[in-house]
Design a protein around this ligand. Structure first.
Ligand SMILES: [Zn+2]
Length: 170
């Protein structure tokens, strides 16, 4: 899987990939060559996330693969969620995560429920999860907790990618 992915990226040509390192002071830009090199050292899950969130190629395979991985995490955190629901919650976290940083710039605040990410409103979350609003709000503590963990995992993948890229460039 890894090699196919790298091959695909190199075929994509010299497109730039943006990584926000969360350290402030501008967004570094990397070319697809740097990108391919950085990905070669990443875990399969981290690679899938970076491909989905940061490459210019649309890759539903990466999205679906990672949704299943994160769904497993969701199910291990909360044992009363169904498989289908855990996949929905995983996709929700992924969709929120690509929206970028909250005003707190990733530090975590009340507005982003300490995720550091620009999260959806409660109403939109309920709708994405296909829950009645009241069900969402009555159990929001549990849902928010699961989603927060998924955001932490995704942030970890991004950190790994940035570390790899930085190592490659230095
Ligand atoms: Zn925030």
């Amino acid at each position: 899987m890894h090699n196919q992915v790298l091959e695909r990226i190199s075929k994509a040509g010299v497109k730039t990939v943006k990584f926000d390192t969360g350290m402030g002071g501008g967004t570094p830009l990397y070319t697809s060559c740097d990108y391919a090199a950085a990905l070669s050292g990443l875990s399969r899950d981290a690679t899938a996330w970076i491909i989905y969130a940061y490459s210019n190629t649309t890759d539903p395979k990466s999205f679906n693969y990672l949704a299943l991985q994160l769904a497993r995490v969701a199910m291990s955190v909360c044992d009363n969620v169904s498989h289908d629901f855990s996949v929905r919650i995983a996709k929700l976290a992924m969709e929120e995560h690509v929206r970028g940083f909250c005003q707190c710039k990733g530090k975590g605040c009340e507005k982003c429920l300490d995720t550091g990410v620009l999260i959806f409103s409660g109403r939109l979350r309920a709708s994405v999860l296909r829950l009645p609003k009241t069900t969402y709000f009555n159990n929001r503590h549990d849902y928010d907790f699961i989603i927060k963990i998924l955001h932490l995992i995704l942030s970890g993948y991004e950190r790994d990618a940035v570390i790899n890229i930085t190592r490659f460039l230095s």
